[in-house]
Design a binder for this molecule. Sequence first.
Ligand SMILES: [Fe+2]
Ligand SMILES: [Fe+2]
Length: 271
Amino acid sequence: MSAAHEAGKIPVRKMNFEFDAVPRDYLNGNLAFSNFFNGMNLLFPEGERFFMHAVRDGLKKIDNPSEELSQQAKGFYGQEAQHSIEHLKYFEILDQNGYQFRDELNKFDQLIIKLRKKLPVGLRLAMTAGAEHLTAIAGGVSLLDKDVVNAHPLMRDLMQWHAIEEIEHKAVAFDVYKAAYGNYFLRIFGYLIAIVLVGGYAFKFANMFMRQEGFGRWKAASLIRKSQRQVLKRNSYLTPLFFSYFKPGFHPNQVDDEHLIEQARVDLAAY
Ligand SMILES: [Fe+2]
Ligand SMILES: [Fe+2]
């Protein structure tokens, strides 16, 4: 266990990945899964900005936030800001690989900015806590799934670094939500919206990328769905984990994923 983790701190790592050439089927030759990750990738920069604002605004609603929670929120902002920086750099590789996505991405970003500005803080925080549960689940996939473990090394490192940090800060938005609001129904409503937005847009963008590979709309959709089913089958713990969020007494730290990130942290330290 790292010293930073023992102290209950959330470390901010500046990775400065040097993206060069990345094959389009970088996830172990699995083009549909690679494009699903590309689709998710498009959500990160503006999505993570939404999360940071929600946690910051939520923290202001707590009368006397503990020093520990305030420090964890700082670690959360730092990690999410770094994720945005590195994932934005990856967009240039998508350009280099010939994909057209900037117009569609711009529409998505405008929607997220609008939601960030218009929605009440409680709902934004509930959506963020829910989305963070989804990213922690996705983090487990990045650390365990064979197609990521055997991916192009740069993409594997990008995904696993992000995975470690999503697991390290998985409880921050949830704890701020609990301290500031705590209502069960709002928490679940936020989770459902996060599922629709994250799942829906990642799928839509993945479909857009697959169509640019020459597949028709329906063929593209069926290939993406097939790759999703395979990931769920290979990692059978994912489905119960997804539904565990609906339990009234759920807390992210009930999910024991520390063992997943211990070795990955050691590997990352070699950077
Ligand atoms: Fe992130
Ligand atoms: Fe996160």
